[in-house]
Write a protein that binds this ligand. Structure first.
Ligand code: CUA
Length: 340
């Protein structure tokens, strides 16, 4: 792992495989690795073989006397056939092997559990149609990567994926799955995890300056623990906890939702306006009007981000309509008020 802070809960993704590869945590992993190793070994054999023959020829057919002439060479049917047929057979083996694995990977079982994945600059949002109200997101904080996705072991899971802005790619190396998420359409991908644990999620398509911070953590649980964990997360993520002030809850919500990817709290200019000194500030909008930042303005900016665009910023924020309830909005507002 490149990003592994000392005390952080980053998954290590195993690396117990004999070839130094990541854990094989899905039913696809062995297929992918075996084909990869097969191609790797073939390449090494071809590389060494070709260099050895080349070296031998250079020595055996070197010019021995200053007036030596090259003998006339026509062709050798047998050798030409072999150097065409052997690679052709190997290519066919690679193609058929890859195609069988590809077909398996692109045909989700009909009883697969559905999970919705949405990529946005710069976070992953995960929703479970079978468990309304559960919404997990990635964080941009390397020291505190959040559980972004929870799935049960041994159960096929189908991801229905899209993007709200630009191309991203949902990539879970330990599962050996990766696919683009595209604005305006749905892509699907499926997986069946074979071991419990935590593994890293990456964005594998350059999507803007915080692309490298678009990471998450997938947690694989025993099927009997899965629902309980989802319900625990729903409770934890969506509600103010005991001993937590409203302001703390609001701050946590902004972290859980990756708001810090675009809004700084220290005054620095990012993709969106800074939150430092937000309250009571007068914002100038692109349509020439202006307004003082208050509860209604913030509420509208979260639910309908493009209704009023602050001058100098592109309308890049996705709507959080239906993602924050009133209690959560109030907490976020309470937190923003404290950022003087
Ligand atoms: Cu999203 Cu790179």
């Amino acid at each position: 792992m490149i990003l592994e802070p000392k005390n952080g809960p980053w998954p290590t993704d195993g690396a117990t495989h004999s070839w130094g590869m990541l854990d094989q945590a899905s039913t696809f992993a062995a297929d992918t690795d075996n084909l990869y190793v097969f191609i790797f070994i073939l390449t090494v054999i071809a590389f060494i073989g070709i260099l050895a023959v080349m070296g031998y020829f250079m020595y055996a057919y070197r010019r021995k006397t200053p007036d030596q002439k090259t003998s006339s060479i026509t062709h050798n049917g047998k050798i030409e056939f072999l150097w065409s047929a052997i690679p052709a057979v190997l290519m066919i083996v690679i193609f058929v092997w890859g195609d069988i694995a590809w077909m398996r990977q692109t045909t989700p079982p009909t009883d697969a559990m559905e999970v919705r994945v949405t990529g946005r600059q710069w976070a992953w949002d995960i929703e479970y149609p079978d468990y309304p109200g559960v919404r997990l997101s990635s964080s941009n904080d390397e020291n505190d990567p959040q559980t972004t996705l929870v799935i049960p072991k041994g159960v096929p899971v189908k991801f229905v994926m899209t993007s709200t802005d630009v191309l991203h790619a949902f990539y879970i190396p330990a599962f050996r799955i990766k696919r683009d998420v595209i604005p305006g359409r749905y892509n699907t991908m499926w997986v069946e995890a074979t071991q419990t644990g935590t593994f890293t999620i990456y964005c594998a398509e350059y999507c803007g300056d915080l692309h490298s911070k678009m990471f998450g953590v997938v947690k694989v649980l025993e099927p009997e623990d899965f629902e309980a964990e989802l319900m625990r997360l729903k409770e934890l993520l969506g509600k103010q906890q005991e001993g937590e002030t409203t302001v703390q809850f609001g701050e946590r919500l902004t972290k859980q939702n990756g708001c810090g990817a675009c809004h700084s709290v220290d005054g620095s200019k990012m993709t969106g306006p800074t939150w430092k000194g937000l309250w009571g500030r007068t914002s100038q909008f692109t349509d020439g009007t202006s307004a003082t930042v208050d509860e209604n303005y913030v509420r509208q900016s979260i639910l309908e981000p493009n209704a009023k665009l602050v001058s100098g910023y592109a309308g890049q924020m996705p709507s959080f309509q239906g993602k924050f309830n009133d209690e959560q909005l109030a907490a976020v507002i309470a937190y923003l008020k404290t950022l003087k």
